[in-house]
Design a protein around this ligand. Structure first.
Ligand SMILES: Nc1ncnc2c1ncn2[C@@H]1O[C@H](COP(=O)(O)OP(=O)(O)OP(=O)(O)O)[C@@H](O)[C@H]1O
Ligand SMILES: [Mg+2]
Length: 225
């Protein structure tokens, strides 16, 4: 279970309050859909759950599976199964996709795979979302188009097999065909991993047809309605 109780958050530099007393309790297998206008605080909520140091918790608790994780590093949160597909993926110049993906895969799985075995796993996952294979020969997100970066976020998600999947506007910037193949792959992941918790932020309803939210909210000025 993921329990967020009375969470208020400010920007660490400006100390301007962004999230105001958010309470959200999510059971395993639930799909939470959050919409809301630009600047209302949707990305701030997901980034705070991931442990982004830009955002400072003023009050409240984030409890995952009975542990308060508010002071855990983003790395530890990731290793505990929390994943965020960010709205604006960062470029990692000089870091090769294949090396990076094998590194994060091996960090998240008990069985460490040698290069040739990982190549098989990567090929299978890439095929599920029609991932452009030529991107695997480049550096992480370096010079990638907006849609290519979104596909790369989902590729990472499917490799890491998270228990909490947070998707921040994954459907913005993808062409129609890519959107459908990614939504289909997410639907299959959901059906194969029934205890996964989903937190979906979007401005479009299409993703709901595939992932069937169990709870829906609107973020208004840092508060959930
Ligand atoms: N690092 C920061 N410094 C200052 N203000 C910030 C920072 N990060 C976020 N904010 C402000 O917090 C508010 C909420 O931003 P957030 O990115 O969470 O909105 P959002 O709901 O995701 O919007 P969108 O739909 O445009 O993605 C905005 O007014 C934004 O300018
Ligand atoms: Mg946002």
């Amino acid at each position: 279970m993921l329990n967020i109780n009375n969470l208020s958050v400010e920007n660490a530099d400006s100390q301007i309050k962004i999230l105001d007393d958010i309470t959200l309790n999510i059971d395993f297998g639930e799909v939470v859909y959050i919409s809301g206008s630009n600047g209302s605080g949707k990305s701030t909520l997901l980034s705070t759950l991931m442990g982004d140091p830009q955002f400072k918790i003023i009050s409240g608790v984030i409890d995952f599976k009975g542990n308060d994780i508010a002071d855990e590093s983003p790395t530890n949160r990731s290793l505990s199964g929390i994943f965020l597909a960010t709205q604006h993926p960062v470029e990692l110049p000089g870091v090769s996709m294949k090396q990076y993906l094998r590194l994060i895969y091996n960090l998240h799985h008990k069985e460490k795979l040698p290069v040739f075995k990982f190549r098989e796993v990567l090929k299978n996952v890439a095929e599920k979302i029609d991932y452009p294979k030529e991107l695997l020969d480049r550096n992480v997100n370096e010079g990638f188009s907006g849609g290519e970066k979104k596909k790369t976020e989902i590729l990472q998600m499917l490799l890491l097999e998270p228990k909490v999947v947070m998707l921040d506007e994954i459907d913005s910037g993808l062409d129609t065909k890519s959107r459908k193949s990614i939504f289909e792959a997410l639907k299959i992941y959901k059906n194969e991993n029934k205890k996964t918790i989903w937190l979906i932020v979007s401005h479009y309803d299409e993703i709901k047809e595939y992932l069937k939210p169990t709870k829906e909210f609107e973020m208004v000025k840092g508060a959930l309605h």
